[in-house]
Design a protein around this ligand. Structure first.
Ligand code: GLU
Length: 478
């Protein structure tokens, strides 16, 4: 059978890496080759260029939107603003979105966008111009919409960019009731959802906590169960890295190392997130931080320091055959997309490490995006209808119990029991449940087949099966 164009991608490409992981896992499934090819291929790759006015002249901007899989609608995935972005990268990231959504049972196909700019080189009004024009180009080709394809933030983009996209889409689609569901990661004032900004980092921290809570698995690594006292190195102090550190610390871990592109810092007794963050904000660098015992100008050296858990939360291709032998961590939690190359991942697995794969580990972002999309389609905030009802019902219950038992609660106990759930609490509860459930789902797949080498392969097997079922239910494959 002829190889699909996508599968023929060079083995050194990022999309090639994702296909390599896919092919490795596919041998543990029993789907026909044609169906596997359909699942693996990128369905639609839209590459476009548009001009913006700059200074006295014009500049042409390169951009992409890739919809990897339409087994479910809409497709979903962030938009990366980066000088380094290219078609291969956007295809790889779109494919990862398909598998990611399948793993956490979020009913979307995968997609991703890219705009080839360094945001720092542009004024805010130029960025707005670029983002609005990018949105118009997507609208022209029917590549955006609440039922079609729903972008979100990614590296280099955030709430501000999402609000420009929402406003542009809404303006161009007057009267479309669900228009604000065309993009997620919006500010709360523009119908975003509480907890979306922290969601990816919170999800990573929950994933790591779930992993280290399994005594049987920790024993194999020679570690005690539980996050308390675990030493963590995090690469990246962006939105994902920052919140991963925040929640891991809250859960009891000690963050001993932080790496950024300008270098890395280390303190075996722990680093204070806020102090490091403020130091970087005022000096422009994490280097020179007074609370560090050691610092490294070469960020890669930071990854190689002593720790139990390493969290790459920056970009792809950070753990490769060039540095993998020096990595000391026994658990690698992939908060970034594609931080470990296939050969480096195989090396780590052979050494007995646990690798929590990107497609599961960073799925908290898209999980909460799903909640935001549901909120936009239902036009009501979570908890609005039932919060007060719940509080009154709880109050009645407490009053009756107090009367019957003669025991009265103090005011702190009363308010803890009576309180109805806020939107943030509901979002965090849905996120936590999703991350915990999905971890055990992929771990079970691994445990049930001793030939499956690690959680990534298990995660791919699980998501390939789910996407295959969707195709079979469409009647495309009998
Ligand atoms: N860019 C994020 C990711 O890679 C979020 C995607 C989304 O929320 O749609 O998962």
């Amino acid at each position: 059978m002829a190889k699909s164009i996508d599968a023929a991608h060079s083995e050194t490409s990022f999309f090639g890496d994702v296909c390599q992981f896919f092919d490795h896992a596919a041998q543990f499934t029993s789907h026909p080759e044609g169906l596997l090819d359909q699942i693996k291929s990128c369905n639609s790759v839209y590459r476009f260029r548009f001009p913006i006015r700059r200074g006295n002249g014009f500049e042409v901007i390169d951009a992409w939107r890739v919809e990897h899989s339409h087994h479910k609608s809409p497709t979903k995935g962030g938009i990366r603003y980066s000088e380094m972005v290219n078609e291969d990268e956007v295809m790889a990231l779109a494919a990862l979105m398909t598998y990611k959504c399948a793993i956490v049972n979020v009913p979307f196909g995968g997609a991703k966008g890219g705009i080839k700019i360094n945001s720092k080189d542009y004024t805010i009004s130029e960025l707005e111009n670029i983002t609005r024009r990018y949105t118009v180009e997507l609208i022209k080709k029917n590549f955006i919409g609440p039922a079609i394809d729903v972008p979100a933030p990614d590296y280099g983009s955030g709430e501000r960019e999402m609000s420009w996209i929402a406003d542009t889409y809404q303006t161009m689609n007057p009267g479309q009731l669900d228009a604000l569901g065309c993009v997620t990661g919006k500010p709360i004032a523009l119908h975003g959802i509480a907890g979306r900004k922290e969601a990816t980092g919170r999800g990573v921290a929950i994933a790591v906590r779930e992993c280290v809570d399994i005594a049987e698995d920790m024993k194999k690594l020679g570690l005690t169960p539980g996050l308390s006292g675990k030493r963590v190195i995090v690469q990246g102090l962006g939105n994902v890295g920052y919140h991963t550190i925040k929640f891991l610390t809250e859960f009891g871990a000690t963050v001993v190392g932080i790496c950024e592109y300008e270098g890395a810092i280390y303190n075996s007794n722990g680093l204070s997130l806020d102090e490091v963050f403020n130091h970087r904000k005022s000096t422009g660098s994490i280097l020179g931080f007074s609370g560090a015992q050691k610092e490294f100008k070469n960020t890669a050296e930071g990854l190689e320091q002593d720790c139990d858990i390493l969290v790459p939360a920056a970009l792809e291709n950070q753990i490769t055959m060039n540095n993998v032998a020096n990595i000391k961590a026994k658990i690698i939690a992939e908060a970034a997309n594609g931080p470990t190359t296939p050969d480096a991942a195989a090396f780590l697995i052979k050494r007995g490490c646990i690798l929590i794969p990107d497609m599961y580990c960073n799925a908290g972002g898209v999980t909460v995006s799903y909640f935001e999309w549901l909120k936009n389609l239902s036009h009501v905030a979570f908890g609005r209808m039932d919060k007060r009802y719940e509080e009154n019902a709880n109050l009645n219950l407490v009053n009756v119990v107090e009367k019957i038992t003669g025991v009265s609660l103090d005011s702190a106990q009363r308010s803890m029991i009576i309180k109805g759930a806020s939107e943030l609490e509901l979002v965090n509860s849905g996120l936590e449940d999703t991350m915990i459930r999905s971890y055990h789902e992929i771990r079970d797949v691994q445990m049930n087949n001793p030939k499956i080498d690690g959680l990534r392969t298990a995660a791919f097997v699980s998501s390939i099966d789910k996407v295959a079922v969707s195709y079979m239910n469409m009647g495309i494959w009998p």
